[in-house]
Design a protein around this ligand. Structure first.
Ligand code: R5P
Length: 290
């Protein structure tokens, strides 16, 4: 049984079409004070899959998830899987400064205590932190799809650059789909101020199309630093691609102003740049789940 939550309406409908499963009927209202109300008007039982991302406003979407999960369990769901295309709080997967709350751990505990057994998510920020066994996580990698989309839009010579801890593998993966060069970028974020600094290991990019790819564009800070750096190295065309486009506080306009020719994201979060859909790989995974 498929339940499409309010935060992932479009993606949920796409998944339902691919799987040819009519979603469970759900009434959702918001009370005048902002609280969510849900009523499930179909009978529920067996394995229930809820599609509900926790992109911004993440606290609201998270509470809706918990309400729905506990509710579905109470109504008869024997097993509960949540498709959470964007997993909130995954960036606070450890203590960076003394005294910090490890939010990801709290979120996992919350989901578990709401009856969730399994989460399907897309390119989470910290895959290594999802293996504590409390919930089984299945991860969809959207990078090959993003690159397939770009295959005919990238002119040679071209290079893929990707920042951060996962950047090296992501850049290599993207470059192999596109059959172009790749390089890793070191990125450093000040844990208190949040400022980002990047170090790119290539010198001259004159004449190059540069694909900058990251799992996430949130404030755009990282992407903007990258764009400025590659433009100063002579890049001819710059594509800013990501899996999750949060574009907080007009980050998309800032990314364009910094010199991107194109922004591309998937539909884990529905934005004007969501040209690549993750519905198919998620549906493929669901089709084989028991
Ligand atoms: C960091 O590890 C991520 O891969 C992103 O680079 C980062 O979270 C993006 O955030 P922002 O857009 O705020 O720089």
């Amino acid at each position: 049984m498929l339940v499409v939550g309010p935060s992932s309406e479009k993606l949920g409908q796409k998944i339902s079409k691919i799987l040819r499963v009519e979603p469970v009927r759900l009434i959702h209202k918001t009370f005048p004070d902002g609280e969510s109300y849900f009523r499930v008007t179909d009978k529920v039982g067996g394995h229930v899959v809820l599609v509900q991302g926790t992109h911004p406003p993440q606290d609201r979407h998270l509470v809706q998830t918990v309400l729905l999960c506990q509710g579905l369990r109470d109504l008869g769901a024997d097993r509960l899987t949540v498709v959470m295309p964007y997993l909130a709080y995954a960036r606070q997967d450890k203590t960076f400064l003394e005294g910090e709350v490890v939010s990801l751990k709290v979120v996992i505990n919350l989901l578990r205590s709401s009856g969730v057994e399994r989460v399907i998510t897309v390119n989470p920020h910290s895959p290594w932190a999802l293996q504590d066994g409390l919930i089984s996580f299945k991860i969809v990698d959207a990078v090959p799809r993003v690159c397939e989309y770009l295959k005919h839009l990238i002119e040679r010579p071209a290079i893929v650059l990707s920042p951060g801890k996962k950047g090296e593998a992501m850049a290599r993966e993207a470059a192999s789909v596109l059959d172009v060069e790749s390089s890793h970028v070191k990125s450093f974020r000040d844990p208190e101020r949040g400022d980002v600094r990047v170090e790119i290991g290539v010198g001259d990019l004159r004449g190059y199309t540069v694909l900058l790819i990251d799992d996430l564009i949130s404030t755009g800070g990282t992407m903007i630093r990258l764009i400025e750096a590659v433009r100063s190295m002579g890049a001819r065309r710059v594509i800013a691609a990501c899996v999750h486009g949060l574009f907080v506080g007009g980050a998309d306009s800032k990314v364009f102003r910094a010199g991107a020719d194109m922004i591309l994201s998937t539909d884990t979060v529905d934005t004007p740049y969501s040209k690549v859909s993750v519905a198919e790989p998620i549906a493929d995974l669901l089709a084989y789940l028991r």
